[in-house]
Design a protein around this ligand. Structure first.
Ligand SMILES: Nc1ncnc2c1ncn2[C@@H]1O[C@H](COP(=O)(O)OP(=O)(O)O)[C@@H](O)[C@H]1O
Ligand SMILES: [Mg+2]
Length: 323
């Protein structure tokens, strides 16, 4: 077996700011999903730390990056729970805003076939406004890379992207939860876009391949549409088929997924994003960061949960036999 070079995990450095969401995920399993007006018995309630930005912060910190989280938690018990889990991962949560009321929450039901329904209640995530972000400007601008996703108010995401981009910070945008309605300014100030294949198809108005085989697609044409849309650099993740990096010059590069026995791919997209942030803050190219991200995200697929499934650099190297 070829030895995999994951030595980049020994050299993660630089500092990352993440502005965005933290959620407590309430999950109950049921035999089938309830009909309107119906009550069903479910399994034991699981409360797990989540929120895309929180997950992305956790993974980057676990593999050794200096990560500062900017966001808001409520005055409920979930606020302490969410901050505690991020601190366990090594994230600096001292700049998080504390507001009255509920923290961000999702209520999830999962049936026996794995089908789910999810309700997102933004709670304190809605209070990540520009007054707060401006009050954090000095710390925010001390980082080299910024991570954004779309569980926070769009005006805040857009204005934060502009503030950081103008100060020379590399801005990564994860268009997730997906919207095709991205403000023109956000497109302009985001340096790198991360999307999965379905999000990319909707964003660019491209049909899904009938056989589901994205690797056989015309990536030159996809890169051209992406540039025309306004993103110079982008990464499209393809689940078990890895990812494609679209470079500023229009060239594309496929990175194969890590070979793993996948148990639960929840949080894999966030693991990929967190690793990209960590790779870029360490001075790696986008391609090299993506090559690292498939291992970190692949490792996350071998364990249940999102934040609970993320490994440290040592754990990931050991798992893939790289040391
Ligand atoms: N079954 C799998 N085996 C190995 N790696 C996987 C698997 N599923 C996901 N991954 C890794 O996680 C990354 C993100 O997964 P993907 O499903 O594309 O994102 P999302 O969760 O946003 O849909 C992939 O690029 C890949 O590196
Ligand atoms: Mg996917």
């Amino acid at each position: 077996m070829t030895r995999i070079d994951l030595s980049a995990l020994d050299h993660i450095s630089g500092s990352i700011s993440i502005v965005g969401s933290m959620n407590a995920d309430y999950t109950v399993t049921t035999e089938r999903l309830p009909q309107p007006g119906e009550t069903l018995n479910g399994g034991p309630l699981q409360i797990l730390p989540g929120g895309k930005s929180g997950n992305q912060a956790a993974v980057a910190a676990r593999i050794g990056a200096n990560v500062t989280m900017f966001g808001a938690v409520g005055s409920d018990a979930n606020g302490d729970f969410l901050l505690g889990r991020l601190q366990d991962a090594g994230v600096d949560t001292s700049h998080v805003r504390h507001v009255g009321g509920a923290s961000g929450t999702t209520v999830i039901t999962v049936d026996a076939k794995g089908e789910n329904t999810i309700i997102y209640s933004a709670g304190s995530n809605a209070k990540v406004d520009m007054d707060y972000v401006n009050s954090q400007k000095e710390t925010l601008l001390a980082s080299s890379v910024l991570g954004l996703c779309l569980e926070s108010p769009m005006e805040t995401v857009t204005a934060t992207a502009k503030m950081c981009h103008d100060a020379g910070i590399k801005v990564l945008l994860n268009d997730s939860p997906f919207t095709a309605e991205l403000p023109e300014e956000l497109i302009r100030y985001a340096d790198v876009l991360l999307v999965n294949e379905h999000e990319m198809a909707q964003l660019l108005g491209i049909g899904e391949p009938e056989d589901g085989d994205w690797l056989g697609s015309d990536w030159g044409a996809i890169a051209a549409s992406m540039h025309e849309f306004g993103f110079k650099e982008a990464i499209v993740t393809l689940g078990g088929d890895g990812a494609v990096v679209i470079d500023a010059d229009g060239s594309t590069h496929h990175v194969e997924a890590a070979t793993v026995d996948a148990k639960d791919t929840t949080g894999c997209g966030d693991a990929f994003m967190g690793t990209l942030l960590a790779g870029l803050s360490s001075g790696l190219s986008i391609r090299d960061s993506a090559s690292l991200a498939v291992y970190v995200a692949g490792y996350a697929a071998t364990n249940y949960g999102a934040q609970a499934s993320y490994g440290t650099g040592e754990e990931i190297k050991r798992f893939f036999g790289a040391e």
